[in-house]
Design a binder for this molecule. Structure first.
Ligand SMILES: *[C@@H]1O[C@H](CO)[C@@H](O)[C@H](O)[C@H]1NC(C)=O
Ligand SMILES: *[C@@H]1O[C@H](CO)[C@@H](O)[C@H](O)[C@H]1NC(C)=O
Ligand SMILES: *[C@@H]1O[C@H](CO)[C@@H](O)[C@H](O)[C@H]1NC(C)=O
Length: 325
């Protein structure tokens, strides 16, 4: 039964694709080519790191022929790492938008898939909301801070960049000096300092459309996703609060899930729309921050990436809450 449904929706998608969306009909061959995959690494990492190269290799094994592009703020790996701590996110995202739009292959693909590790997850969302050229089909985020952090992570004893960032954040989070230079400050969000946050946040308050004036482009762009999969690590002690990975709001021990928040109910950025079409998924995986197994990554690559025009299984949603919609 499930197979039949898949086949039917596959056919439906295929005819839609050739007749309305694409100017030229795709040959079967091109239809099998996986979409390119863009990956945005986390804080303290760099685009040339071995761990990322092994993710690219896995993508190639699961979906042969996948072009993987590692997002970078600088071709020099150590400068790229430094940019994960320091810089103005508005400018960083602008640069990524320009790089992707100018990339000879990415810019001609009908769409790309996206994988965000930790802060790279909310930055990819920023890319989608603000630019989305090339457009993203499936976005998967692992341990991201979609609703911000209320505490800066602890740093390794010898990680001077990290410690410098930590000191700066504590000094004066909401000053424009800090907001224009320190990356994590731009997604710092403490519900008990909400007025300051709304007024000064250089990134998160904007891309979450929390201010009075809502940017409709952000909502329209995010709604174009076919899949938005959010993974939270069950024993995450780095991201505070870890429920941020699901857009939940946390005040002390009180957790308000996304579906009970105004950002969702009033659909400020299209999350409700995505949820209604079965595109939004809340997932957990065991272990600490970024304790990712090849097995899980392989499943994610198989389930959400791959050829353009493929169909996705609809996940079971809990019916009690479906009725509320
Ligand atoms: C909304 O976002 C788009 C894309 O970044 C931008 O071009 C536009 O100026 C923004 N609109 C407002 C009202 O800020
Ligand atoms: C970040 O950069 C943008 C674009 O250059 C600028 O408009 C904005 O004021 C900067 N943010 C801060 C907090 O200075
Ligand atoms: C957060 O919780 C504290 C203690 O329960 C409470 O006093 C405060 O008003 C809450 N903040 C918000 C914004 O709800």
């Amino acid at each position: 039964m499930a197979r039949l449904t898949t086949l039917v929706s596959l056919l439906a998608t295929a005819s839609l694709v050739s007749s309305t969306v694409l100017p030229i009909p795709l040959s079967d061959d091109e239809n099998d080519t996986p979409l390119p995959l863009i990956i945005w690494h986390g804080l303290g990492d760099n685009y040339a790191a071995e761990g990322l190269a092994s993710v690219a290799q896995l993508a190639e094994e699961v979906n042969p022929g996948t072009l993987v592009y590692m997002i970078r703020l600088d071709d020099d790996a150590s400068a790229d790492r430094s940019a994960s701590f320091f810089g103005n996110l508005t400018e960083q995202i602008d640069k990524v938008c320009a790089d992707l739009a100018a990339h000879p292959i990415l810019s001609t693909a009908p769409a790309v898939d996206a994988l965000g590790f930790s802060q790279g997850g909310q930055f990819l969302r920023g890319y989608i909301e603000r630019c989305n050229f090339p457009p993203v089909r499936s976005l998967v985020t692992f341990g991201s801070q979609h609703n911000g952090i209320s505490e800066f992570q602890t740093c390794g004893a010898r990680d001077w960049l990290c410690r410098g960032a930590q000191g700066l954040l504590r000094s004066n989070t909401w000053s424009s000096f800090v907001q224009s230079r320190l990356v994590p400050a731009q997604y710092f969000r403490d519900i008990n300092q909400y007025d300051n946050y709304l007024e000064h946040s250089n990134f998160l308050a904007d891309i979450n459309n929390e201010r009075a004036l809502k940017n409709q482009t952000y909502k329209r762009n995010l709604e174009r996703l076919e899949k938005f999969i959010m993974y939270v690590f069950e024993e995450d002690q780095t991201v505070i609060p870890k429920e941020s990975g699901w857009f939940a709001e946390v005040n002390g021990t009180e957790v308000t899930p996304l579906r009970e928040r105004d950002i969702y109910r009033e659909d400020w950025i299209g999350l409700k729309t995505l949820d209604k079409k079965g595109a939004l998924e809340f997932k957990t995986t065991g272990g600490r921050h970024m304790a990712l197994s090849d097995q899980l990554l392989g499943e994610v690559i198989k389930n959400y990436y791959g050829p353009y025009g493929r169909s996705f299984e609809k996940e079971e949603t809990d019916s009690a809450w479906q009725e509320e919609l």
